[in-house]
Design a protein around this ligand. Sequence first.
Ligand SMILES: [Zn+2]
Length: 279
Amino acid sequence: MIEVAPAVQGCLSKMAIAPGEQGGAVRYTLRAGEHRLDLNARLGQPLRLEWTGSIACTHCGRATRKSFAQGYCYPCFKKLAQCDTCIVKPETCHFDAGTCREPEWAERHCFQPHVIYLANSSGLKVGITRGTQVPTRWLDQGAIQALPILEVQTRQQSGLVEVLFKEQVADRTNWRAMLKGEVEPLDLQAERDRLLASLDGGLSGLRERFGADFLHVLDERPVSFEYPVLEFPRKIVSHNFDKKAEAAGTLLGLKGQYLILDTGVINLRKFTGYEVAVG
Ligand SMILES: [Zn+2]
């Protein structure tokens, strides 16, 4: 790890976010090339990011004029399994048809246990993630609470279960509400019990298709997260490097993959691969 000098330059990766220790605020680390910047320590202080105009593909490193799917060059976007639409809609997995873009990658990522969870990012939502991505996934979404509820054996199965839940629960975060901090705590265990009871018929149908053992009901306790935010914005204005190369202001908070500056918010994940100077 390299200590940050007054200004450093490198290509952005999504921020590293870790749960706070002993119930403390979530910890944020900005990653620009090989540089690391402890953002919690910068709260209340000026922060300036300026895009140099370059973008490097997060997979192959090639220079690209435009970023596809949050950080890829066009050839990688068309070629990689992780950029295929079945990753966003796992129920459309086409591995069995022999058309997977990268079967070996799929074996490692899709044919692994996946978790279906409830989270509270801007109200109740359902989501899926590989077991190893908990709790990163929730922190990336700015969830204040989360509860793993079911485990299945493959990504496709998790997508099919999520489709059932989407009849009753959102699967998206209203990011403006999330950033304004307008989120009331929920009783996620009660929501889980309610949903499992009302979706029992649909889940039985999936058991008939995949076998009784394909799905395990988890008995976990909800986790909650506190984000380092001095002041939530009342009105959401977004910085966008594609329109203006500079995003600068006083750092008022960190939530999800967003920096909250007094001049506006910026979703750093959206700019993965953008080369920026940070100071
Ligand atoms: Zn590439």
